[in-house]
Design a protein around this ligand. Sequence first.
Ligand SMILES: Nc1ncnc2c1ncn2[C@@H]1O[C@H](COP(=O)(O)OP(=O)(O)OP(=O)(O)O)[C@@H](O)[C@H]1O
Ligand SMILES: [Mg+2]
Length: 254
Amino acid sequence: MSGNRAAALRTDDVAVWYRGVRAVDGVTLAVPRGQVRAIIGPNGAGKTTLFNAVSGFVPKTRGRVLLAAADVSRDSAHRLVQRGMARAFQVPNIFPRLTVLDNVRLGSLLRTGRTPSMLRQHQRDAVTAREAGEVLARVGLDGRAGTVAGVLSHGDAKRLDLAIALATRPTVLLLDEPTAGMSEPETRRTVKLMRELSGDFTLVFTEHDMRVVFSIAEQITVLHQGRVIADGLPGEVSRDPAVRSAYLGEEPVA
Ligand SMILES: Nc1ncnc2c1ncn2[C@@H]1O[C@H](COP(=O)(O)OP(=O)(O)OP(=O)(O)O)[C@@H](O)[C@H]1O
Ligand SMILES: [Mg+2]
């Protein structure tokens, strides 16, 4: 599967240990450019911590992260955004007092390196306003541009969080449980959006909803207790006895 396509993202023996907890314990994986990769595993498996380590939000105990061929292991979260890695969060990470449009503008500020205090100056930047509008249209929030973000529904807040990530113009997009807490129609809409995005980005996502995983993932990596216990095509992973056993007592893998 990973065949001849160059890896857009690699982790090499990444570990994150908290006091007494090996949250991520030596994860090595390679995501080919343009692939849709799911990272699954039971609650507490280390999915979010892996994303945090990869995207510069928590320090790694050991290991390396490579973006395209560049070693970005020591880069800050901000620098990683500028180099083309963006993420959306399990719990939406938005600015509740700003409008939806200004939230997305902040995404483009992150990319250019300008600070939030320069937003007013930036508001005059018609080009960025147009870009932000395009991103909002892409996620279906263009009708809400002037709304204060804090009043959005949970599903819309998740989409805004994704829009902020898209506004940084990433090459690699990490989505941590993109459908968590969503209603059925919101989930369907998000899956459709992920399908659309998959043509333009290398997409790595964590997800508990196996219907979502098996409907869009090209390859699945399974974490359990901080370690990779399976990595392969969806059909292979769903038949893997170690995966079935890790999920005992949890929702079954399709
Ligand atoms: N800041 C922290 N300090 C200490 N332990 C932590 C911290 N963050 C996470 N952990 C622990 O690390 C382990 C992995 O947690 P993590 O949130 O990465 O799992 P997850 O796979 O994302 O779970 P979920 O599916 O519930 O989102 C858990 O045992 C968790 O309690
Ligand atoms: Mg998590």
